[in-house]
Design a protein around this ligand. Sequence first.
Ligand code: BGC
Length: 765
Amino acid sequence: MLDNNDHSTPDGGTTRRRFMEATGGIGLSAALGGYLASEPVRAKRTSERVRTLVSEMSLREKIGQMTQVAAYEVGDDPTAFFEEYQPGSLMYATTDDPVGLAEDVNELLDASIEAQPHDVPFVFGIDAVHGNNNLDGATIFPHNHGVGATWNEEYARRTAEHTSETLRATGTHWTFSPVADLQRDPRWGRFYEGFSEDPYLSSRMVAEKVRGYERRESGYKAAGATIKHFAGYSEPRHGDDRTPALIPYRTFRHAHLPPFHAGICAGAETVMVNSGSVNGVPAHASKELLQDILRDELGFEGLVVSDWHDFYRMVAVHGFADDVKEAVRLGINAGIDMYMVPAADIESDTVDTYQTYLRELVESGEIPTDRVDDAVANVLAFKEALGLFEDPYADPGRASEVGGGARDLAYEVAADSVTLLQNDGTLPFDPEVGTVLVTGPSADDVANMMGGWTLGWQRVGETLPPAVTPLDGIETAVGDATNVVHEPTGLHEFDNESAVREAASDADAVVAVLGEGPYAEEHGDTDTLELPAAQRELVRTLDSVGTPFAGVIFAGRPRGTDVFDRLPAAVMAYLPGTMGGTAVADAVFGNVNPAGRLPFTWPAGTGQLLNVHNAYPPELFGTGETPPTSTQEPLFPFGHGLSYTEFEYEDLRVDPATIPAERANRRIVTSVRVTNVGSRSGDHVVPVYAHRRGGAIPSPMTEVIGFDRASLDPGESTRVNVRASIAQLATVPGDVFSKDELRVLPGEYAITAGDWEEERTLTVV
Ligand code: BGC
């Protein structure tokens, strides 16, 4: 039996991936290693078992391993299905019965192993992206943009650890998570699935989420992680999902790749490919992306899985291939190891057509057998890493115990994500305030606090996940003497204005919970960041009443523009999941002092896109010197987040102050003294930002290179030491279309910390 804790292969060789895992992810290399230095490309070494299996398997078996189908396609006669197609992977199940799921998967495993000549089990995958979100009763954690706002990657790891525990107990070996796509365009319907617009913050989160899912249990990885969607998926030019992205090489290398690289360094077993096209080429057909960059430069040695029906999309959406057979040829040759051909809903793209095409293409020599062997080895090595050859089964006894745990963790993450956007002193409300009106469309709506990918793709259905809504949370947070009144409104309707007006006049405080309904993928694309008219009207009404009021926003992106002119206080609560209502109530009533910081820029409207914090100069915002024809001042800048207390900074130091360019990955310590000068205890996140001053190739205006946090009582002071590296600022030198290697350029780098404008200089010689 293989000892998968050992970082060497059975041959005694060390694979590059295991080397990277063993030596640590982000610290060494997240944005740097693989593409700053040209790391030697080690030959991939597969285990003896995998090599033997590949050498013994028939073409039919190999094609099977390269196939992933939805479990619901298996039908009533699993044996017949498995004998016919021998799929290497099944995916997808939503259930209210964890024990039943574990038992069903076990039964399917029996049937598939029976049908597979070499007894190879399938690997079962699902989108468990914020908790085991397909399992009724499972605790739902905040979506990733909320986790990003905590600036605490421990949460990414701990939520993933809990998720992988519940996955494995219910027979699920693989989750299609985390999203490593940068979140720079809030029009895009998948904005909330990623962590941040900043490559470094995203990288740290992605790495820990991978480690959490892939924690080791009995020597094997508990579940496989998927970093997706490789690469450039999040920046379709006009904001709509799966439409063409046009990304300059420099931006692609510098900004889009680091989170993927961090995930690879953390050991991610699988990568899912971008469904869109980048610079005119569908990612699924791109050898440059899937071989040259992913394999050769970033050092990925695991399994590359396609996205849903994407060979078909190469024909029907991108018009890149004439027919699906041609797309299969292009895709497999480009480097796809396993095709997600989930359902038989598209006649020209079923498990049957795919397997037939693949066979014909291999037999005609259009797909080399080496490529097939390589793909199958990747699939089998993944199964080996998960221990599936030893024991693929779930223990139904454990399945009954897993649902609903980790609520404290769900609360902590949600509470630490809450970001105080503005406050004229209205918040926090006094728990003994008298009468509180809780209103707005999301005050008591579970679906709106969950977002998409929660017991359903677009929204929760009939059964709701466990949840504390803001109304529930506020009822608990306030004192006995406080009376809570609820007057619901709709996301798009406001037909009870007089009732709301009257209730607000009678109240001593009003909490309006605003925002978006749930959505996923293209259904969430939007051309506006304004809140719907009904909600703006609600805010106008509350404003005209004059009772102290605060807005809370549940949304998958920076949603809301002009409403902030009329909100005395506002908090962003993202899509906080099960414990969101408690987190919001505790923040609004002061049991918790908000410490979240925006992991993205909050634009004043779509006209400002994509003016993110790490765009190239000239700086169009933040200077107060915006060009007269342009209104580029964002509503709230990247990293923004207020507190009920105040923090002051002193004595910023950078050590060392000079480093040689060839040692740019060396740790620098930026330290600053932070004092809580207010009257409440509070947490304070200190991001360290850097940019290169001047030089031939512009440096993005500001980028995060490290961060840490402090917890301070009133009057307390501490020195926050942030270990950072300017390796993140490596750029592609050269002219407009240069494809040079990424390098940290000599020059002066300005370093700042947190909310302070004071700068220190780091000189790279
Ligand atoms: C999404 C992927 C997801 C897959 C499987 C696709 O539509 O783009 O992110 O993992 O479906 O559900």
